[in-house]
Ligand binder design. Structure first.
Ligand code: IVH
Length: 670
């Protein structure tokens, strides 16, 4: 294909992909399967690889991310980002309505919207192209997070159709759908890391992450609710949003126009009931005067518009009594207090247990058995105790004491430096820790021993057949048959599953070991870097810190794990049993030491490889990739649009710039 044809084909594919993106996100009417969509995208990627000079910054191929920025540029908002006045009662809302009517009269419509619980964002479009995405910041200036916003699939990079203003801002909310939030937290818990408190915190952390490829993996979503600019083509808010949907924005499908406060109150009542069925969190509703002219008449205060108001739902809560507090021990030994409650109906489900977080929160609540407590349900699945009703406290009650010893094995608990929780240090003999480690080991994303669930593990442990993950490989069918609910068939299945797990690749074996702070991704990075267990076991702190994403804490955790005699024994036994302790030859063929000892910074946009691919290439060939330039940087791989600040710094520190092709040659000469 010559260049002219390629250009045409790229334009055709880009338009087609955008069309399908639009149907999927703006209209919620996908016209092709995910597979077909991916095929189109692959075709475009291929063509762009062949014709690097034809890649545009807003090409759909740029959504995978791969930009690593040290810090975000601060930019001033053209129009300040205001917030909304909050109301909590019908009376306060009626006051708002009265104030509005005094100014604009009774010929009035209100637009009722859901109040999404995420982070506000401002998107700037020029001639239909996304130019810049800015966080709210302090309302006057925010962070330029354009590279991260591009990874959010529901944010159009190029507008669709016609009729949009030449230049305007779309404001809205970036949020994390509940399903994805649960998945992310599950992964964190698998790695022994603290989960996010709620979807909003997770979305906020994600949007400000420095590695946009990681942002892309987190799958944020967006909803837009406010258009701003000069000479807007429509006279009303609702109508503008309906058109914005046609331009490709994701606009809430739950918005309603109403004539009066009766309509507003109905809307509030409806969502008060149904809000827990939504696939995302809301914390209230927003009422806006629909006519732009009337909005102008009402004007703004320094903080918020006079033409809009938020009504916040009371967090759904219920009061009940505390029967007892139990202390649960997890896989990593962390002891979590759990409130056992008199069953109570909350947001449609019966709640019997609620989280109390840790020793500090117990102290802060001053909670006592027999107390009447308030339980709340937020974005998280497990409800939490938020308050004690002191007016109902019984005489002679005594504060709940955090136990000094492990409730399961009686070992004295310890508190690790810098961490809030108490930990049972008896890793080797504390039953829930033993069982938890085995559960983690057999999990689908680890050794994938499907034939074994937590009940089986419990049986095997109680029968004294397994004490460590390595013991699984000693089991025989004969040992299992006599156990409760077992028969020859189930026993054979279990053993077959265990045998099959010996084929699981090295990176997953590493994850399965359950080393603290090592999740799926870091296990992979470590496996690719060290290539076998021996090298990892012997790695010095310095060598460990050379792996991308490995910091002091992770490095220390790895060294502690391998220097522990008990773990050493387990690892040796697993080696003898024939688990994969090294990458296989196919995987190895992709590796070299060509870049050993060299540190790279990647900057700009590249023609032939995505940023992710380049990072992968650096790591597989023994190099180190870092996000920012320092005196230790060996090379900067410079692509198109390299930032001027980076170029300056490189010059100052005398660090050579190389092109993508030169970089590839370094590896090819391996
Ligand atoms: S309108 C000038 N509409 O709530 C008014 N805000 O304190 C612009 N929010 O910062 C905001 N859903 O982050 C508006 N449907 C909605 C909203 C909404 C959520 C957030 C937004 C804003 C905050 C108000």
């Amino acid at each position: 294909m010559d260049k002219k044809e390629a250009e045409k084909e790229i334009a055709r594919l880009t338009a087609l992909i955008e069309e399908h993106n639009y149907k999927y996100y703006a209209l919620s009417q996908p016209a092709i399967s995910d597979y077909e969509f991916d095929k189109l995208l692959e075709k475009l990627i291929q063509l762009e690889k062949e014709h690097p000079d034809l890649v545009k910054p807003n090409s759909p191929t740029q959504r995978v991310g791969g930009f690593v920025s040290k810090e975000f540029k601060q930019v001033k908002h053209k129009y300040p980002m205001l917030s909304l006045a909050n109301t909590y009662s019908e009376e306060e809302l009626n006051d708002f309505d009265e104030r509005v009517r005094k100014v604009v009269g009774d010929d009035l419509e209100y637009c009722c919207e859901l109040k999404y619980d995420g982070l506000s964002i401002s998107l700037i479009y020029k001639n239909g192209d996304l130019q810049q995405a800015i966080t709210r910041g302090d309302g006057t200036q925010g962070d330029d997070i354009t590279v991260n916003a591009r990874t959010i699939r529901s944010i159009p990079l190029k507008l669709h159709g016609q009729g949009f203003p030449e230049e305007f801002e779309m404001r809205g909310e970036v949020y994390l759908p509940l399903k994805i939030f649960d998945k992310i937290n599950k992964e964190r818990e698998d790695a022994g890391d603290e989960p996010f408190a709620n979807p909003r915190n997770c979305a906020s952390g994600t949007l400000k992450m420095q590695d946009s490829a990681e942002v892309a993996r987190r799958k944020l979503d967006s909803t837009l609710y406010y258009i701003l600019g000069e000479n807007l083509p429509y006279q009303e808010h609702y109508e503008s949003l309906e058109h914005a949907r046609k331009w490709g924005f994701k606009i809430s499908e739950y918005t309603e126009l109403v004539k009066d406060m009766k309509g507003v109150h109905n809307f509030i009542a409806k969502w008060e009931k149904k809000r827990h069925d939504l696939p995302f969190d809301i914390d209230g509703i927003v009422i806006k005067v629909n006519s732009f002219k009337q909005q102008q008449m009402l004007g703004l205060t320094a903080k918020s518009p006079r033409w809009a108001v938020a009504f916040k739902y009371q967090a759904e809560r219920a009061s009940t009594s505390l029967n007892s507090v139990s202390f649960q021990v997890g896989r990593t030994g962390i002891v979590t207090p759990v409130a056992n409650l008199h069953p109570v109906l909350l947001a449609g489900t019966v709640v019997k247990r609620a989280s109390l977080y840790n020793a500090d929160s117990i102290k802060k609540l001053d909670i006592r058995v027999g107390d009447t407590v308030w339980v709340e349900k937020g974005g998280e699945i497990i409800p939490k105790v938020t308050e004690v009703d002191l007016s109902k406290r019984k005489p002679h009650s005594v504060p709940v004491e955090f136990p000094a010893n492990c409730p399961e094995c009686q070992t004295p608990l310890i508190r690790r430096e810098g961490e809030a929780g108490y930990v049972c240090p008896n890793e080797m003999n504390c039953p829930p820790q033993i069982k938890g480690k085995i559960e983690h080991f057999v999990a689908r994303r680890a050794m994938n021993i499907e034939s074994m669930g937590s009940e089986t593990i419990d049986l095997l442990f109680k029968a004294n057949l397994v004490h460590t993950i390595a013991d699984l490989y000693d089991l025989t069918v004969e040992q299992i048959i006599p156990l409760e609910r077992m028969a020859e068939k189930s026993a054979t299945n279990i053993i077959a599953g265990i045998d099959e797990s010996k084929k699981v690749p090295f990176e997953r074996v590493l994850f399965a070991l359950g080393i603290r702070h090592i999740g799926e991704t870091s296990a992979k990075k470590l496996a690719y870097h060290f290539k076998n267990m021996d090298a990892l076991e012997k790695a010095t702190t310095e060598q460990l810190l050379n792996v991308a994403d490995v910091g002091e804490i992770v490095a220390k955790s790895i060294q502690e794990f391998f220097s522990n005699a008990h773990n050493k024994k387990i690892v040796e036994k697993l080696r003898e049993k024939g688990l994969n302790f090294a990458l296989n030859s196919e995987e190895l063929a992709l590796f070299s030491n060509a870049l050993e000892g060299k540190t790279f910074v990647i900057s700009g946009v590249f023609a032939k490889h995505s940023r992710d691919e380049m990072v992968n290439m650096i790591e597989k060939n023994g190099g180190k990739h870092v996000g920012s330039i320092s005196a230790k940087t060996s090379y900067i791989i410079a692509g198109e649009n390299m930032g001027p600040a980076k170029a300056d710094k490189a010059k100052k520190l005398n660090i050579p710039l190389i092109t993508e092709d030169e970089f590839v040659k370094m590896i090819e000469n391996k």
